[in-house]
Ligand binder design. Structure first.
Ligand SMILES: NC(=O)c1ccc[n+]([C@@H]2O[C@H](COP(=O)([O-])OP(=O)(O)OC[C@H]3O[C@@H](n4cnc5c(N)ncnc54)[C@H](O)[C@@H]3O)[C@@H](O)[C@H]2O)c1
Length: 345
């Protein structure tokens, strides 16, 4: 097992790569513990959960709201959880965000930890101590900065993960590689088939690379005042695509990364060959690199994006494969690139 320690102003977190869900009982110790999970994860892995009171939510983004949070607070009160309690999320990004938010706010903050069960949660959502829930149609509008005490990354749990969710997680690995780690990018290029087959060795290496990128950035800028915004590569247009299409988070981010890569090329930052490499790796990992017809709706959704300033939107662009920067992009320039990628091809 590898351990990565994330030290930030809101706390210190240990990320246990290649850890096991069976270690959870020991990590909880004698603390009063509340476990939060969703019905899918509970169905597949509930028999290995530690003995503790349990809240099981419906899977999916619709559960990630203040209504669910309130239900869980009420359960905490019922169980008389005090400041010495522990909240544990066992699940994907939705469960981790909810458990982190509850942990960081109940009684102004109790200890919390995660067992990340989706690839997306293992490579991204469970690490970094930023947890949010949605408010109406606004994604992650209400949230907290607080580090989980521990994050268990048990790659064996991914065996029950649907393929589409595996690919969604791989998109976030490509993101990490593209913005900060050219060696990881080359690894992904060489191991596409292994990753798609959920080969444990390839998944462990890809996860380690992505977590190292995120941990390094979070330790330099926990509160997203500058550097951490680089992790939004592909997300500015990606979030808009996610809202206006039926694509998963990772699939939408994939399209968003292609838009950002092409903008980087039109700005003369990267070459056509770099863009080809990005499109090839995403395509090779079974991720979309074009979307049919929803371009206008996604463009309008993005115009309302909170990063908009006047007639431009702040975008994370690539300076090279393995390096990124943040630049304001004019709406007209953006529209041109999006029109090129959307519609029936
Ligand atoms: N806080 C952060 O830093 C951060 C970063 C990235 C994404 N996120 C959030 O993460 C969420 C997306 O995460 P996600 O893709 O994991 O979504 P998710 O939690 O909805 O999980 C995806 C699906 O996989 C199922 N699942 C999870 N683990 C499984 C397993 N081992 N076996 C079988 N099924 C399993 C879930 O039940 C769900 O149906 C979004 O809400 C996004 O905003 C947060």
């Amino acid at each position: 097992m590898n351990k990565i320690v994330v030290k930030a102003s809101s706390g210190t977190s240990q990320v246990l790569l290649g850890g096991s869900i069976d270690d959870l009982a020991e990590l909880c110790g004698s603390r009063k513990t509340l476990v939060i999970t969703d019905t899918n994860v509970h169905r597949f892995h509930g028999s290995r959960f530690p003995e503790a009171p349990l809240v099981v939510i419906e899977p999916g983004e619709d559960s990630k709201d203040l209504h669910t949070v309130r239900t869980i607070y009420e359960r905490c009160v019922e169980l008389e959880l005090d400041r010495g309690a522990l909240v544990v999320g066992i699940g994907g990004g939705v469960v981790c965000d909810i458990a982190g938010f509850v942990g960081a706010t109940y009684l102004r903050g109790v200890d919390f930890g995660f067992v990340a069960t989706s690839l997306l949660a293992q490579v991204d959502a469970s690490v970094g101590g930023k947890n949010g829930v949605n408010l109406n149609s606004y994604k992650n509008l209400v949230g907290t900065f607080a580090q989980p005490e521990f994050v268990v990354l048990d790659h064996e749990l991914l065996k029950t993960l649907p393929d589409i969710e595996l690919r969604s997680g791989l998109a976030e690995v490509v993101k990490a590689a593209a913005i900060a780690d050219a060696t990881l990018f080359e690894f992904l290029e060489r191991h596409q088939a292994d990753l798609l087959a959920a080969d444990q060795t390839a998944i462990a290496a890809a996860t380690k690379g992505a977590v190292e990128v995120k941990a390094d950035i979070v330790m330099k800028d926990e509160r997203e005042s500058n550097l951490r915004r680089l992790l939004n590569f592909g997300h500015t247009f990606g979030h808009a695509v996610e809202r206006t299409s039926g694509l998963t988070h990772g699939e939408a981010v994939s399209v968003g990364m292609v838009v950002a890569a092409r903008l980087s090329q039109t700005r003369g930052l990267i070459t056509a060959n770099d863009v080809d490499r990005i499109e090839a790796i995403l395509d090779g990992l079974g991720l979309p690199i074009r979307i049919a017809a929803e371009g206008d709706a996604a463009f309008d959704a993005m115009r309302k994006d909170k990063k908009r300033e006047g007639d431009s939107i702040y975008f994370v662009l690539l300076e090279k494969i393995g390096g990124a920067t943040i630049t304001p992009i004019g709406l007209d320039e953006l529209k041109g690139v999006i029109n090129d990628l959307c519609g029936d091809h």
